[in-house]
Design a protein around this ligand. Structure first.
Ligand SMILES: Nc1ncnc2c1ncn2[C@@H]1O[C@H](COP(=O)(O)OP(=O)(O)O)[C@@H](O)[C@H]1O
Ligand SMILES: [Mg+2]
Length: 400
């Protein structure tokens, strides 16, 4: 599980550390930096795909001119805090029965015509330093003759075959694996309405292939029953079963069967129902990722359904199957979180007249625990208490 992310001079964060739980909810005003956190995870994921820094931050095309990867918002020029020279991030991975591993990378995004380049990179497992790489300094302990500073060394090491430093390669591969299985869904009902071919089992970020992903989930009769039972419980009104209807081209389209037998094709299913099914398919589908980032989780969902969805997310996350990070503006959503999830919920905020984004665990805000008990977390969020508290506390902390 990813347990900690530290950002230095990345986007609007000068120095911020995020503690991650099985489910980590981020709240914060517009422009407080929630999507910048997402960009940081996308940077790490792009890195795990073996791209070079220009591709991670810009775009990656593959043969045939197909766009395979959309870079980071703001590209290279706006990636470092207020135009700083470099930015850095550190990700910590901890799993039971394994040593904690910590990977760090510092990047000079480059200005004008220069290419983005690694300044320093390191990987530690337990108390062992696996490698440290500073391409601009002579004294660097990794010697791959073909190493380039324009691409993270971690993936260059992970790709080595028949290399004498096998334990180094194994550690690098493990670190790459930890940041590889990530999903950044931005579900779009129109994309989910399009028919797809049986066998297309990967859900697109916008929810493409929803029909064939759900069909695959329903292939095993045992699983189908469990799944349909479950959906019935969650959506008593509009879905009591699924059907998949082929068209002339061989594509199939999801149809929702209502309790009274009426069928609705995905074309006319409600946006909220599709988003709901899309999220479940992303989390439980045949090729589900380990780490999911959902923006504004509550979008289009009725509170009752939102509650059930959160219960499902928390259950799957606590079983260790998936790890979820979600942003929200919904006080109601906060109110539905278990005590354990509230422990990991964090506030992003900016002090007046500054660009710097800061982060604080909600339960670490002075008096928050007591007030949450007395007034409920939803009420506190709705009244803006968390932000107000930080303006007041941060001012006095700075003065102290
Ligand atoms: N390189 C940077 N330096 C300082 N601030 C930045 C940088 N890049 C983006 N920002 C700031 O981050 C804010 C947007 O953050 P974002 O994560 O999109 O907000 P939200 O919380 O609404 O998702 C903007 O106010 C923007 O000015
Ligand atoms: Mg945003």
């Amino acid at each position: 599980m990813l347990t900690k992310l530290t950002l230095k001079n990345f986007k609007n964060f000068q120095n911020a550390t995020f503690a991650l739980g099985p489910l980590t909810v981020l709240i914060g005003a517009n422009a407080s930096g929630k999507s910048n956190v997402r960009d940081a995870f996308r940077f790490l994921h792009g890195l795990s795909r073996g791209y070079n820094l220009a591709e991670i931050m810009g775009e990656k095309y593959v043969e045939g001119g197909v766009l395979q990867w959309q870079g980071i918002r703001g590209g290279t020029r706006e990636s470092a805090y207020l135009g700083a020279d470099t930015f850095a991030m550190t990700i910590e991975v901890s799993d039971p029965h394994k040593s904690t591993s910590i990977y760090s990378i510092e990047v000079r995004p480059g200005t004008g015509a220069s290419r983005p380049k690694v300044v320093e990179e390191s990987l530690c497992v337990g108390d062992r330093e696996i490698f440290r790489y500073r391409p601009d300094q002579e004294k660097t302990d990794v010697r791959i003759s073909s190493a380039t500073p324009y691409r993270p060394l971690l993936t260059q090491i992970a790709e080595q075959q028949n290399w004498e430093a096998q334990s180094l390669t194994a550690c690098a591969r493990e670190a790459v694996r930890a940041i590889h299985s990530m999903r950044f869904s931005e579900l779009n009902p129109d994309a989910m309405r399009r028919p797809s071919f049986p066998g297309q089992t990967v859900l697109g970020d916008r929810g493409e292939n929803l029909s064939s992903v759900l069909q695959t989930l329903c292939e095993d009769p045992h699983q189908r029953n469990a799944w349909v039972e479950w959906i019935r419980e969650l959506t008593p009104m509009d879905t009591s079963d699924f059907d998949f209807v082929p068209d002339q081209t061989g594509r199939i389209l999801l149809a929702l069967v209502e309790e009274n037998g009426r069928r609705t094709s995905a074309y006319s299913a409600s946006d909220g129902t599709l988003r709901f099914l899309g999220m479940i398919a992303a989390l439980l589908g045949p090729e589900a990722s380990r780490f999911h980032f959902f923006e504004e989780l509550e979008n289009g969902l009725h509170p009752g359904r939102l509650h059930l969805l959160l219960q499902l997310m928390e259950r799957k996350a606590s079983e260790g199957r998936v790890q979820i990070m979600a942003t929200t503006h919904s006080p109601q959503l906060l109110g539905f979180l278990s005590e354990n999830a509230v422990e990991h919920a964090s506030l992003l905020y900016r002090l007046p007249d500054t660009s710097e984004g800061r982060i604080r665990r909600i339960t670490d805000i002075q008096d928050a625990k007591r007030l949450i008990k007395e007034q409920g977390i939803a009420n506190l969020h709705e009244s803006g208490w968390f932000e107000d508290a930080m303006f007041f506390l941060d001012d006095t902390e700075d003065a102290a």
